[in-house]
Design a protein around this ligand. Structure first.
Ligand SMILES: NC(=O)c1ccc[n+]([C@@H]2O[C@H](COP(=O)([O-])OP(=O)(O)OC[C@H]3O[C@@H](n4cnc5c(N)ncnc54)[C@H](O)[C@@H]3O)[C@@H](O)[C@H]2O)c1
Length: 331
């Protein structure tokens, strides 16, 4: 089976490398920047390359494409391939608006094509383990989640930090909890380029009653990837940068005891054992590309399909509107 990989800048080569590891897959790499293409050819010499993706559109042997170009071009490129009935993987964020996302979903359905979005964290074993823990009710009802995703750079030109980084946090949260934001409030700072927020704080309330605080930034002294999930009974700390103990489950909480006397207020603080479950070392991108190929071959709906992308985009749109209107956006 032949698959085209379009856009071989920073991220595309990772997708290409993982596709190359799958049996019976032939890759056509497409990069419009000739200088970049020369560098890629030395990294992956056994791949056929082109500079114009339009050549893939009418190639009957091309079954599917993987699009890893800057976000502003996702919609127009994906639209062309879906119209040809080709299975299409689009990097996150799938599009720059929910209207565009809805159009791609419809095109995929009308043309019986697979549409998948690169929400990489949904193929990460730590994230999937946390999903199991929450869904098996091991930590009790989720009260709140805080998520910090900051480091120094890379300042993108065509997407601000909200669109670049917050899709990761929202996609993980949606994976863990069946609930949607009912209000979103965002604050951001344009520290380096005017008109391009590079630090943002997003706060939302969800219809389950859970509250969420997401901090994303390209301007921080060190890389932090930490998500804290506090349930009624237990708490989880997920640190993606920790190679050994990515997840720690704290048997900690507070209980209100029955008062012995009228007016007495008794709380018991529990700070019990800390458990760190063993995780495999599978590369999330390998899982993601395997899943895309499986969906193509078996005509399955991807875990991260167009609707999954749409939900994330709607949350980012609420945050963007909050920034513009300088108010809390409610549904
Ligand atoms: N899932 C993740 O964790 C993750 C991580 C990083 C980036 N990304 C996503 O990957 C996408 C690409 O990001 P990046 O950092 O690699 O950007 P980049 O700018 O480094 O690379 C994009 C490449 O696409 C090429 N390109 C643009 N238009 C093209 C066209 N019409 N035909 C062929 N090539 C074209 C550019 O020349 C460039 O080399 C973005 O959507 C980004 O959000 C996802």
């Amino acid at each position: 089976m032949k698959i085209g990989v379009i856009g071989l800048g920073y991220w595309g080569p990772n997708l290409l490398r993982n596709l190359l590891a799958i049996k019976d897959i032939e890759i056509i790499g497409c990069e419009k920047d000739k200088k970049r293409l020369e560098a890629i050819k030395t990294m992956f010499p056994n791949v056929t390359y082109i500079t114009d993706y339009k050549k893939l559109l009418n190639d009957k042997e091309i079954k599917a494409v993987v699009i890893s170009t800057p976000v502003g071009s996702h919609y127009s490129i994906a639209e062309e391939f879906l119209k040809e009935g080709k299975d299409t993987f689009v990097e996150k964020p799938m599009t720059k608006s929910s209207k565009e996302a809805e159009e791609l979903i419809k095109l995929a359905e009308d043309n019986n094509a697979v549409l998948m979005v690169g929400h990489t964290f949904e193929y990460n074993d730590a994230v999937l383990k946390i999903e199991d823990i929450i869904r098996n009710d091991e930590i009790g009802e989720v009260q709140y989640i805080t998520s910090t995703r900051v480091n120094l750079g890379i300042h993108r030109k065509d997407a601000d930090v909200l669109w670049d980084l917050a899709p990761h946090d929202f996609s993980m949260i949606f994976r863990w909890v069946d609930s949607n934001p009912v209000s979103v409030s965002a604050m951001a700072k344009e520290s380096v380029f005017k008109g391009l927020p590079d630090v943002a704080f997003i706060q939302s309330t969800f219809d389950s009653g859970m509250i969420v605080d997401i901090q994303v930034g390209w301007l921080a002294p060190s890389k932090i990837r930490e998500t804290i999930i506090v349930g009624k009974d237990k708490m989880i700390v997920y640190d993606e940068t920790n190679p050994q103990e990515k997840i720690k489950i704290y048997d900690s909480g507070v209980k209100v005891e029955d008062p012995h006397d009228y007016g007495e207020f008794l709380l018991t603080y529990r700070s019990g054992a800390i458990h760190s479950p063993k995780l495999s070392n599978r590369e999330p991108l390998r899982m993601e590309m395997n899943h895309f190929v499986e969906c193509i071959r078996e005509r399955k709906k991807p875990h991260t399909d167009g609707y999954n992308a749409l939900r994330v985009i709607k949350a980012i749109e609420m945050a963007e509107e909050s920034l513009k209107e300088k108010k809390i956006i409610t549904l």
